[in-house]
Ligand binder design. Structure first.
Ligand code: ZN
Length: 96
C-alpha cells in the first residue's frame, strides 16, 4: 500500500512538471507513476523544442529558432526579430 502512495506522489509531481511545461498532466502523471525517478527526471529535463518561438531568415527564408543569432543555412547575422513565428504546436505539423 505504501508503494502505491509513493507512486501516486511521483505521478503527481511529474504531472505538475509536465503541466507547467505546457504538456499533458495525465500523460506525465502516468509516465512518472509507471517509471518513478526516471519518469519524473524525464519530465523535468525534457526540452520542449517544438514549443519555442521561431523566426524566418530574411536572406534565405529558412525557419530558425528565435534565439539563433546566425543563420545555419546562409550564415547571415540576425537581429532579434520584431515578429516571431508561432511555435510548431500552435500551428500544427508542417505539411509535406
Ligand atoms: Zn539564411
Amino acid at each position: 500500500m505504501g508503494l502505491v502512495v509513493i507512486l501516486f506522489f511521483f505521478g503527481l509531481a511529474g504531472g505538475i512538471v509536465g503541466r507547467i511545461k505546457g504538456s499533458s498532466f495525465v500523460l506525465w502523471f502516468l509516465i512518472s507513476a509507471a517509471v518513478p525517478f526516471v519518469g519524473l527526471l524525464t519530465a523535468i529535463c525534457y526540452r520542449w523544442d517544438n514549443r519555442e518561438l521561431r523566426r524566418q531568415c530574411p536572406d534565405c527564408g529558412r525557419v530558425l529558432k528565435l534565439h539563433d543569432a546566425v543563420c545555419m543555412t546562409c550564415g547571415a547575422e540576425l537581429e532579434f526579430p520584431e515578429v516571431a513565428i508561432a511555435p510548431e504546436v500552435a500551428v500544427g505539423p508542417p505539411r509535406a
